[in-house]
Design a protein. Structure first.
Length: 496
């Protein structure tokens, strides 16, 4: 039997002994009066006061008929001092059957030890949950006055797969997710203050659309019909603009049947916003105001550090036309090339062009390889070729382009925005062109949505639309290297 199984077996044996003592190892409730940080921060007021706290045992030092141990709650750790002649023989015998990882409730008096540590002199201890698996406890030692961590729970795959353990033994991880919640709240407040309405649209859709991606497919038994998990919210939100709403937004889980890397997870969160009577120029101003404002609220500054790069989010941000960016960073002017010329130019740059790729896909690959990684400071890449953007309005000054921008920060796009296409005849032609690409083998090309066309035929006013990748924005504002660091439970390969 390996050591881990032996330790688990010992814990189960202790569980049996606890029950034989008449102790319920999984009681129903415990009334707390304080959390750890309350007591530590307000010691002068709470000194010698009676308090009740609860938490998980994270260290344990027994000394005959007394013990010191630390418990950890959501707010931090606090030391407990326990003596047999105070808690009584039965409670002390119970305590001797406890392990690191067990959750206990403590009632006692606040005091400071001779070393100055705020602690609780335990008058009563209750077992609230017996842990049957040993924690991978992070060990520390002090060398020349400096605290050194060794043997940490640092295996990335285990941390992502067992996030519950990660959160226990690496409590600093919680700060990322607390910030994530604050970021979403700050975005929501920004939009609500401007009078936009938060709405909900279908996750299961009979026709998927609004982005270039492969969907997840499911089946509805009662209706005997194929359904798709949404890849974007766009087409439903624009239906609401048709219906008369001036501005709508949604924080939504979207699903794309694609690869997994440090910027992509099959299930991810987007915020999409649509505002009637506006265009992409107006939306650019709103976007930089919103993101820089959220950064200041969350971090206290518009200057942040991401992966050792200092990034200044202060508006205004650079505006860079896409073809100018390709010319600047890849050294080739693609603005007037046809598909064959684009193919030759891309291959000369070392990109293997597939037969199913249209002109837009080739341009996108060149941009992603040579331009995007170079854009560290916040940049709006604007004015994309028509082939790349089937849902965007043609550029008012150049019909070969569309009015689209992507905000790119730290070498990665964090959003996408258009002056939205509201000409139903043009939209149908664009969908048909996408269907031709599908026929050539492009599985990510968009599909025809006749109901959306029908909605546009009733008339949609000029509209500006924006999508922001929440996971990537959280990565940026928490200096997290991977999308898996900002999602509680990222998708992983099946355990063997």
């Amino acid at each position: 039997m390996d050591e881990l199984n032996q330790l688990s077996l010992q814990r189960r044996e202790k569980l049996v002994k606890l029950r034989e003592m008449g102790i319920n190892p999984y009681p129903y409730k415990f009334d707390r009066t304080h959390v750890s940080s309350d007591i530590i921060e307000n010691f002068d007021r709470l000194n010698e006061q009676e308090v009740s706290v609860a938490g998980r045992i994270m260290s344990n030092r027994r000394m005959g008929k007394a013990a010191f141990f630390h418990i950890q709650d959501f707010h931090g750790r606090i030391q407990i001092y326990l003596k047999k002649d105070v808690v009584g023989e039965q409670k002390f015998e119970m305590y001797k059957l406890l392990d690191i990882g067990d959750t206990v409730g403590i009632s006692g008096q606040v005091f400071k030890t001779r070393t100055g540590e705020v602690s609780i002199y335990c008058k009563n201890i209750e077992l609230l949950s017996k842990s049957l698996r040993p924690l991978p406890i992070v060990k520390e030692k002090e060398v020349d006055g400096e605290k050194i961590v060794y043997d940490p729970f640092s295996d990335k795959e285990l941390r992502y797969r067992q996030r519950y353990v990660d959160l226990i033994v690496n409590p600093e991880v919680r700060e990322v997710f607390i910030k994530r919640s604050k970021i979403v709240t700050a975005l929501r407040n920004f939009l609500n203050q401007r009078g936009y309405l938060e709405v909900e649209t279908p996750i299961l859709q009979p026709i998927y659309g609004g982005a270039t991606a492969r969907p997840f497919v499911t089946h509805h038994n009662a209706l005997d019909m194929k359904l798709y998990m949404r890849i974007a919210d766009e087409l439903y939100l624009k239906r609401l603009i048709v219906g008369g709403f001036d501005g709508v937004y949604e924080f939504a889980k979207d699903f794309r049947n694609e690869g997994i890397d440090r910027f992509h997870n099959p299930e991810f969160t987007q915020m999409e916003l649509y505002v009637a009577f506006q265009d992409y120029l107006w939306m650019m101003n709103l976007t930089e105001e919103m993101i820089s404002g959220v950064a200041r609220e969350i971090t206290g500054d518009m200057k942040i550090v991401y992966r050792e790069n200092e990034i200044d989010l202060t508006p205004p941000w650079r505006r860079l036309p896409l073809f100018e960016g390709i010319k600047e960073y890849a050294g080739v002017d693609m603005s007037q090339m046809d598909r064959e010329q684009l193919k030759d130019a891309a291959e000369n740059l070392g990109i293997a062009v597939e037969d199913a790729w249209g002109a837009g896909k080739i341009i996108d690959e060149v941009f992603g390889e040579f331009v995007e990684p170079k854009l560290i400071q916040p940049t709006f890449v604007i004015d994309y070729p028509l082939e790349m953007s089937p849902l965007a309005k043609k550029h008012r000054d150049n019909p070969r382009l569309v009015e689209r921008f992507e905000p790119i920060i730290a070498g990665k796009e964090i959003g996408n925005a258009f002056s939205e296409l509201n000409d139903p005849l043009d939209q149908r032609d664009r969908f048909e062109a996408q269907m031709e690409l599908r026929a050539l083998g492009d599985e990510e090309a968009q599909v025809m949505d006749d109901d959306f066309i029908r909605a546009l035929e009733y008339g949609m006013p000029p509209t500006a639309g924006l999508g922001v990748g929440i996971d990537r924005l959280v990565m940026l504002l928490t200096d997290s290297p991977s999308i898996r660091d900002v999602i509680f439970f990222p998708h992983m390969r099946a355990e063997r």
